[in-house]
Write a protein that binds this ligand. Structure first.
Ligand code: NAP
Length: 305
């Protein structure tokens, strides 16, 4: 029987681990077979306070993990394959083999940025391909950038990126945007933004860093190359909540709903980080809600005696 089981090992989960471990709750973290979350897919992180020279994403995660371990967090490098939240203690099944029991649960399974699914895209992720303008826009000062997508995220990221880029091209697979009118107007009025309609990305070009894209016109079938240094993929995110479907309240897009801090609709289950945050999606906000979840879980356990 564990006081606190934390599912997911990005900045939200690891911060929850530091706090619950220091509260003597002996947390168990199930870190997943791909531990560390989205930060492990990035290179330089320059906006996490406390690192004036920046820090590499994987290093930041490694340091957070060491800090959580130092205070007594136990780690299991495995996937949670099933949870039963219908009664307490909660049952958490690991790798379909072992079922453990938890008095409280912190869900910090994150969200995954949707990708186009090209080999060249995953190869150059963190080397010119990015899924976060706030995180990486700064690295492309004075350079031509491409944003892929036609929704609000694409408009928002493109508008934000004009602060740094020499030119931003929005590439959309149709000739009509999905974004809200107000976001469309903002992007269309921006002199630095141009649109390339009916365009599909066939390949991200470049050996070690991005040098351009090969595009195919969805109507004519013609191919063309476009030079650019940065490619921001903004085609939506998917919260990693499949495990909890039907057991916990989510919004229409699958994000876990929280209230009064990090409480979910199931007493004793708390959610932190991107899994409950469709808006901010930053390492620092994830860490902040991880701290909140730890304190919420501690208070819950105290009240339960
Ligand atoms: P979204 O609304 O689902 O839009 C995704 C866009 O990516 C669509 O234009 C879609 O094209 C395109 N796309 C999807 N898969 C693709 C693929 N494989 N190849 C090429 N293009 C692809 O996602 P989002 O923009 O991230 O927004 C998610 C939610 O957050 C929305 O409800 C949005 O309103 C909200 N949001 C709000 C704000 C704000 O108000 N400030 C900012 C960001 C997000 P199609 O159009 O052809 O399907």
């Amino acid at each position: 029987m564990h006081n606190v089981v934390i599912i997911g090992s990005g900045p939200a989960g690891l911060t929850a681990a530091v706090y619950t471990a220091r509260a003597n709750l002996s947390p168990l973290m199930i870190e997943g077979s791909q531990a560390g979350g989205q930060l492990t897919l990035t290179t330089d992180v320059e906006n996490f306070p406390g690192f004036p020279q920046g820090i590499m994403g994987p290093q930041l995660i490694q340091d957070m993990r060491a800090q959580a371990e130092r205070f007594g967090t136990a780690f299991q490098t495995a996937d949670v394959t099933k949870v039963d939240l219908s009664r307490r203690p909660f049952a958490v099944t690991i790798n379909d083999e072992e079922t453990i029991q938890a008095r409280s649960l912190i869900i910090s399974t994150g969200a995954s940025a949707n990708l186009l699914g090209l080999d060249s895209e995953s190869r150059l992720l963190g080397h010119g391909v990015s899924t976060c303008a706030t995180c990486d826009g700064f690295f492309f000062r004075g350079q031509p950038i491409v944003v892929i997508g036609g929704g609000d995220s694409a408009m928002e990221e493109a508008t934000f990126l004009t602060k740094f880029a020499s030119q931003v091209t929005i590439i959309h697979r149709r000739d009509k945007l999905r974004a809200s009118k107000i976001m469309q107007d903002k992007a269309m009025k921006n002199d630095k933004i141009t649109f390339r309609w009916n365009s599909m990305v066939e390949e991200v070009l470049g050996d070690d860093v991005v040098t351009g894209l090969r595009l195919r016109d969805a109507v004519t079938g013609d191919t063309a190359t476009l030079d650019c240094k940065g490619v921001f993929v903004a085609i939506g995110h998917t919260p990693n909540t499949q495990l909890f479907t039907g057991q916990i309240d989510t919004d229409a897009n699958g994000y876990i709903q929280t209230s009064h801090g990090t409480a979910t609709n199931v007493p004793g289950v708390f959610a932190a980080g991107d899994v409950q945050d469709p808006h901010y999606r930053q390492a620092i906000t994830a860490a902040g809600t991880g701290c909140m979840a730890a304190m919420d879980a501690e208070r819950f356990l105290e009240a339960e005696g």
